[in-house]
Design a protein around this ligand. Structure first.
Ligand SMILES: [Zn+2]
Length: 541
């Protein structure tokens, strides 16, 4: 039987959720810390099979079966270790390693690696407090870092010259290049990090696997990270995780911010459960690692457009990890450019407000769909519905998937398809009546009570005050009435025209419109115009 080195099986355990894998066979329900279901290994009607997601093992209190993700796959499918590994690797979407045992040489190489990174960190730490690192120290102090913080996170300074290649000249060059600290160029070895503020990147065991260097002269990119090595994989490493792990467990959630300095400042100022991806791209590996502890994540993004985009990306990445009781939220920093700035200028309480007011995933997804698609047009709605459907299909927890589906169906009905349940009621505003016309109407009303009586409904609908005294009209009764009738006809035509415009506007926006209604309006307008012409003709005679 082939042996696989622990790091591969560890990776499988890290990448895959035991609950997900077991849920493919039996239904699990969360009760307290554990998930429970009916044991697949013995016959039972009441659940005594418990799964501990965080620790990664299952235990049956009925028959005593016990094991982890690999033994579960072997036993439940009756396959051997190698086949189980293969199946789980497929599930996790990772490649099977070649037959691999950690050799003595490999173990030695790892030891060398950590010795070099550890010693390099010490060198960088010393240099930060020497003359050569003065500008770096000044920079980090200006960012609000105390000496204690600098010490805790082991921040240092990499000078312009090739300090690592020079100080480690007794070590074989390939060992140095293996750490990514030294490269070989046309003129020999040179340091990868030069004139950079250095942040060590720790693995879960607190060993230094890589570095992130911040530029100090304003050059871009702001941060460069060690390129991937045997022991460092950027996509699978979360900055600050070694410090945050206990707090993520204790506070039952993690907070993800965009930058490393943000993560450190958050950890130091009341949010010890905060981490950051390395560089800007969040990966599903990052989320998988966090979801091992719990599935409650607050994504905290800068309030700019880039932050919005990153949030949408994070949302699609996190969907497969969601469970019915997951609490995933999205917070956007407003009133400052990032959490670091908020903490510095407004303090912890302002930051806590931002985190506490974070939008739940279900609302965030809905809002972003409404923002990014023209949901007031049929085409836009179709695309938006398709996008939502794709998102929902990513959710693997069936109960939660149904729940979110129903919620969105009701929102679609209430917010997108309102017209389906409402009768068409045009909201039209007629043009104001000019002062001369108002005065003429007033004088007619004062002069001829019989006309007022006859057209009282129309006259009151005009919202004119008839209380004040005006001059009597010089028009005779017949012409006065004709004026009122023609005015009434004009207003009526205006109202019909306005309704027609509204209808056409709605139709352009993609709303359902009634062609019969339009035809009817056209007929009425024509008729009203004809009546008006007749009336005016009579006037001219
Ligand atoms: Zn059992």
């Amino acid at each position: 039987m082939a042996k696989y080195d622990n790091s591969f099986t560890d990776e499988l355990r890290q990448r895959l959720s035991l609950v997900d894998v077991i849920s493919r066979r039996i239904q699990l329900t969360k009760k307290g810390q554990n998930y429970w279901g009916c044991c697949p290994f013995h016959n039972e009607k009441t659940p005594s099979f418990s799964v501990n997601e965080e620790k990664g093992f299952y235990h049956c209190f009925g028959c005593g079966e016990h094991g982890d993700i690999i033994s579960f796959t072997m036993k439940s499918e009756n396959i051997d270790f190698k086949e189980a590994i293969k199946e789980l690797a497929d599930m996790a979407g990772i490649k099977m390693p070649e037959y691999k045992v950690k050799s003595k040489a490999q173990i030695e190489a790892e030891e060398n690696y950590f010795q070099i990174t550890e010693k390099a960190t010490q060198i960088y730490q010393d240099l930060l407090y020497q003359d050569i690192g003065k500008h770096a120290l000044e920079y980090i102090k200006n960012r609000g870092f105390s000496d204690d913080m600098i010490k805790k996170y082991r921040i240092g300074y990499a000078p312009k010259n090739n300090i690592i290649s020079a100080r480690f000249n007794n070590i074989k060059i390939d060992k140095l290049t293996a750490t990514g600290l030294v490269r070989i160029g046309d003129y020999g070895p040179y340091d990868f990090f030069r004139d950079k503020l250095m942040f060590p990147i720790f693995n879960a065991h607190g060993q230094i696997v890589a570095f992130s260097g911040r530029s100090l002269d304003g050059s871009e990119p702001k941060y460069i990270n060690t390129t991937d090595t045997e022991l460092f994989h950027k996509r699978q490493t979360i900055f600050g995780f070694n410090f945050a792990r206990d707090a993520i467990h204790k506070n039952n959630r993690s907070i993800i911010v965009e930058g490393q300095i943000d993560a450190i400042q958050m950890q130091m100022h009341g949010f010890p459960e905060t981490v950051a991806p390395l560089g800007t791209a969040l990966t599903e590996d990052h989320i998988a690692i966090l979801c091992k502890s719990n599935r409650n994540i607050v994504f905290c993004f800068d309030g700019d457009n880039a932050g919005q985009k990153a949030a949408i990306r994070a949302c699609t990445l996190v969907l497969p990890f969601l469970r019915e009781n997951s609490e995933v939220k999205f917070a956007f920093v407003t009133g400052g450019k990032d959490p670091d700035e908020i903490l510095k200028n407004q303090g912890e309480s302002a930051m806590r407000k931002i985190i506490d007011n974070a939008t739940p995933l279900i609302d965030f997804l809905w809002e972003s769909v409404n923002k990014n698609y023209l949901v007031n047009t049929p085409g836009g709605r179709t695309s938006a519905e398709k996008y939502l459907k794709d998102c929902i299909s990513k959710i693997q927890d069936k109960i939660f998937q149904n729940e979110i589906n129903e919620e969105y169906n009701s929102r679609k009905f209430n917010q997108w398809h309102k017209w389906k349940k409402q009768e068409y009621k045009p909201d039209v505003k007629l043009p104001d009546i000019d002062v001369m016309t108002i005065n003429l109407i007033k004088s007619i009303v004062q002069t001829y009570p019989e006309i007022t009586e006859k057209y009282i409904d129309f006259l009151t609908s005009l919202n004119i005050s008839f209380d004040d005294n005006v001059q009597k009209t010089s028009l005779d009764l017949e012409n006065a009435e004709k004026f009122i009738v023609s005015f009434k006809l004009q207003r009526y035509t205006q109202k019909l025209e306005s309704e027609k415009q509204q209808l056409l506007k709605n139709a352009l926006n993609g709303e359902k419109y009634d062609s019969e209604l339009l035809e009817d309006l056209n007929k009425k307008i024509e008729e009203s115009n004809r009546k008006l012409e007749m009336l005016l003709d009579m006037n001219n005679k």
